[in-house]
Design a protein. Structure first.
Length: 551
């Protein structure tokens, strides 16, 4: 009898083969079948658990979790920020006029989110997809609640939106915003006509430019009137709607609804509005999830974006600890990532070759530069699924026609992977640090680990070359310019290292008896002083692209 051929004899890596895409939206082939659940899915889908803000860095699996919820639960409503026409708000000259004066719009933003969620739940529950379904809904609720004044007020609030009730949310948001614009315009009055011009039909014309012509007294009066309009938005009516949802319309507690929101880091609205809208979104989610026990709103957000949201929308009395119970911080271990790759590799092998299961380790050589091959591989990721998938895909491309990786093919793949991860890191942090790559390049040809004094020797030349080049005038540029002009280069070095630590390029070993600290392992802020005893470690993911040799 002929001996059965084993996997290594039948299977080879082929051109264009891969184990997934960088973006979870494009990764549907692997996402559902090869999903790795390390307990976070159960927490997110438990309506009684407070965690509802999926927090993680780029590529940590946030979108994959939300996609899994959408694919595994029966009643899931997906809200796309770009489909809400919130750009209409940022393009409104009327709103910009009052915002530039200093009117706080947060209450209005919360009204918008409450309205969207309430109506989306009603549309989903009663399957309101056309005028006929809407008419049937009104007939039912009016007959059921005709004698209850509070519930009648809630229904009246919903009815005032008429035909737009069953249309997409963008239409309702535009209608609500137009009504607010009208009320804000009417609040100004004719006495400001000299400072705020009128158009041909006698209508007030408002824009940011017109704020410059106002006296301090006029500014104060308009702010007071505008804020009064905002403070009178129909939050009480929407509270009645939420009570109607909780006690009557969604009274079957066995039917659980999930609203999922992703892609908040994309360009769905201008940044100056986006930060306040996201802050109001998080406040609204907290209130909504507490009020209606069989509904859970879940949002995914990058850590750096959340930091900017609270930095730019901070208000008096802000307390960060109030929000911490809402966060689900994503984290991955070596074992988690190995399981993820195992599943994906076996999926492509089953599809193309055999049903036999192989181990990830079977595809690697015994050693890579005298090190454990899997540890070598995972040490070059920031312990995020995207890093592991991208590195593995590069290894596949370097190993075409072979049945397993070799030290040579892994080394070739690492060259491309390292450069790709550097550029991906720059894209991730572009909003905060447009000059991040230039700062990272200060480390080119450095040892993989060095002390404070090493960087002090040539930092002045680095800064001078950086300043004379044409770079964006961001935080990094201003730090460099300030300390170069003032001769305080030694003050710049710790500030530079803190930025590099925050983004994940370096780890810090404070002293001889401590371990190396990395921001991607949960130590987001390095609080100890950086001084002569501090040892700096460059992350192995960037060694190749920076020309760094291991110590």
């Amino acid at each position: 009898m002929a001996r059965k051929q084993n996997v290594s004899q039948k299977f080879i890596f082929r051109k264009h083969m891969n184990i997934g895409a960088a973006d979870a939206i494009e990764d549907r082939k692997f996402l559902q079948e090869s999903f790795v659940d390390n307990g976070e899915l159960a927490i997110l889908t438990d309506v009684l658990e407070p965690q509802c803000v999926v927090l993680g860095r780029t590529g940590s699996g946030k979108t994959a979790l939300l996609e899994k919820i959408e694919g595994s639960k029966e009643r899931v409503i997906k809200v796309e920020p770009e489909d809400l026409a919130l750009g209409y708000i940022s393009d409104s000259s009327v709103l910009r006029f009052f915002i530039d004066l200093g009117v706080n719009m947060d209450l209005f933003y919360r009204l918008l989110w409450r309205h969207v969620f309430a109506v989306e739940l009603i549309r989903s529950h009663y399957r309101i997809i056309n005028q006929e379904a809407q008419d049937s809904f009104w007939e039912k609720v009016i007959r059921r609640f005709s004698r209850d004044q509070t519930k009648q007020e809630a229904i009246e609030y919903l009815r005032q939106w008429g035909e737009s009730f069953w249309l997409k949310s963008e239409y309702r948001i535009q209608e609500i915003t137009k009504k607010l614009e009208k009320d804000l315009k009417n609040s100004i009055g004719a006495e400001f006509a000299a400072s705020v011009p009128l158009v041909g039909n006698g209508e007030i014309l408002l824009s940011s430019e017109h704020t410059k012509s106002l006296s301090e007294e006029e500014r104060g009066e308009i702010i007071e009137r505008g804020q009064a309009v905002i403070n009178k938005v129909q939050m009480s009516a929407l509270s009645n709607v939420m009570r109607l949802l909780e006690n009557e319309l969604l009274d079957d507690k066995k039917k659980q609804y999930y609203i999922v929101i992703d892609r908040l880091d994309e360009n769905w609205v201008h940044d100056e509005f986006r930060y306040h809208l996201i802050r109001s979104l998080i406040d609204t989610i907290r209130d909504f999830n507490r009020t209606i026990e069989n509904v859970k709103i879940i949002v995914a957000i990058r850590e750096d974006l959340l930091d900017r949201v609270f930095r730019y929308s901070r208000t008096p009395g802000y307390q960060e600890e109030k929000y911490r119970s809402m966060y689900l911080q994503l984290s991955w271990t070596t074992q988690d990532l190995e399981t993820l790759l195992d599943k994906r590799v076996n999926q492509i092998i089953r599809e193309q070759y055999t049903t036999k299961t192989i181990r990830l380790a079977d595809l690697f050589p015994n050693k890579v530069y005298k090190l454990n091959p899997l540890q070598y591989f995972f040490d070059r990721t920031l312990y995020r699924p995207r890093d592991a998938i991208m590195f593995f895909n590069q290894c596949i491309q370097a190993s075409q026609g072979k049945a397993k990786f070799t030290q040579t093919t892994i080394s070739q793949a690492e060259n491309y992977y390292s450069e790709d991860r550097l550029r991906a890191l720059a894209d991730e942090w572009a909003a905060d640090y447009p000059n991040l790559i230039e700062l990272i390049l200060f480390l080119r040809k450095y040892p993989s680990q060095f002390d404070f004094s090493h960087i002090r020797e040539d930092i002045e030349d680095h800064i001078l070359r950086f300043l004379v080049a044409d770079h964006p005038k961001d935080t990094i540029y201003h730090l460099a310019l300030t300390h170069f002009e003032n001769g305080t280069i030694e003050v710049f070095i710790p500030e530079m290292l803190r930025i590099l630590y925050k983004v994940g390029v370096i780890g810090v070993k404070p002293n001889s008896y401590s371990t190396v600290q990395w921001s991607h392992q949960g130590q987001r802020l390095f609080r100890d002083a950086i001084n002569e005893t501090t040892s700096i470690h460059v992350h192995p993911a960037f060694w190749r692209t920076l020309g760094i040799q291991p110590v």
